[in-house]
Design a protein around this ligand. Structure first.
Ligand SMILES: NC(=O)c1ccc[n+]([C@@H]2O[C@H](COP(=O)([O-])OP(=O)(O)OC[C@H]3O[C@@H](n4cnc5c(N)ncnc54)[C@H](OP(=O)(O)O)[C@@H]3O)[C@@H](O)[C@H]2O)c1
Length: 325
């Protein structure tokens, strides 16, 4: 019951996209000439829109990292990004990655590093929220494994390239970790360390999601502490009807019956990416912080502010990823 209350509180009274800094992507994103960008979950609704908005500012290349897709689907995605951004010559590369598999992440990071010498903006956006429990290929709770742990490994593997980029003239390297106001639905204490290996099926799906998104806030904080040369921020996009909601409707009666009401609480995708874009490009982003849309700091739940928790998670993560990085 307490879980359900937490979920309703976030849905009904969570952050809207009505406040924050005055940020217009078309006007405020500077030229991205020479910059290399990577967006995970870039075939999904928010990730694709992030790629479109950044593409308008002429980056050197955008990498889309998402689950394997057919050649036709990749072509359609590339065509849509080029057409909607108006950047018809945009160099785009699709990286087929499964963030639920350490092997896949290692292969993709190696491939990226073979062909690319810089990475300026890395948007860790892929994510799931599922009712069904499960585990990643390496045995971790699936939501935590994809939303947090896979991204943590990918970031560690890409970090040498980002640190090199940070030494180049005019560089301003960014990591944007996509969290959620849903981090407030995490279980007591934030992260159930003793249940991360296994399906965690006795924990409600929204609490598993909340746990993974608290971990994303911790990741941004720890990356900022470890790597002051780059700017890292965690963001909540707002509430947007995307692929994630469509999937949940098939699994959850609560999502299904509230579908007609959802437009009242949601904003369009183009509005829902502003916080990603602000964190990726604006000058006044403070490294290590979590922002609600757009650019509003310090709205974490009390557990989300817990620096001891993020240190503990960082150590746990380093141990789990030993031999992989
Ligand atoms: N929409 C919202 O209201 C909202 C609110 C707060 C936070 N967020 C966060 O925003 C981010 C983007 O989500 P979205 O709303 O745009 O949902 P979406 O349309 O479902 O996009 C998520 C993307 O992640 C991909 N993905 C799933 N599992 C993956 C894996 N194992 N490896 C690689 N990629 C994987 C999905 O691929 P498939 O489609 O092929 O599965 C999809 O392309 C997520 O981190 C989400 O938690 C969204």
């Amino acid at each position: 019951m307490a879980d359900l209350q937490a979920m309703s509180r976030v849905t009904l009274f969570g952050s809207g996209n009505k406040a924050g800094v005055n940020f217009d992507p078309a006007r405020d994103i500077p030229s991205l000439a020479e910059k290399v960008i990577l967006v995970t979950g870039g075939a999904g609704d928010l990730g694709k829109q992030v790629a479109i908005e950044l593409a308008r500012h002429n980056p050197r290349r955008i990498y889309i990292a998402d689950l394997p897709k057919s050649d036709d689907a990749i072509k359609a995605l590339n065509d849509a990004i080029r057409q909607e951004s108006g950047n018809s010559d945009l160099p785009l590369t699709y990286l087929a990655i499964d963030l639920a598999s350490f092997d896949s992440i290692q292969k993709v990071a190696a491939k990226f590093k073979e062909t690319e010498d810089r990475l300026d903006i890395c948007v860790l956006n892929a994510g799931i929220m599922r009712v069904a429990s499960g585990v990643t290929k390496d045995g971790y709770e699936i939501t935590f494994g994809i939303n947090y742990l896979g991204h943590a490994l990918f970031t560690k593997l890409l970090m040498p390239t980002m640190l090199h980029t940070a030494t180049l003239e005019g560089a301003d390297v960014r990591v944007v970790v996509v969290s959620s106001e849903g981090h407030a639905m995490a279980p007591k204490g934030g992260i159930l360390f003793d249940k991360l290996k296994g399906p965690c099926e006795d924990v409600k799906y929204f609490a598993r999601y909340g746990q993974s998104k608290i971990a994303c806030i911790c990741l941004a904080r720890e990356l900022a502490r470890e790597y002051p040369q780059i700017t890292t921020a965690a963001v909540h996009p707002g509430r947007i009807i995307t692929g994630m909601a469509h999937g949940l409707r098939k699994e959850s009666w609560l999502f299904k019956i509230t579908t007609p009401l959802s437009p009242l609480f949601c904003v369009p995708v183009a509005v829902g990416v502003r916080n990603h874009l602000w964190a990726a490009t604006a000058k006044d982003v403070v490294s290590g912080k979590y922002y609600e849309p757009v650019g509003i700091p310090d709205k974490e739940s009390p557990v989300g502010k817990d620096t001891e928790l993020s240190r503990k998670l960082w150590e746990w993560t380093s141990n789990e990823l030993k031999g992989r990085v």
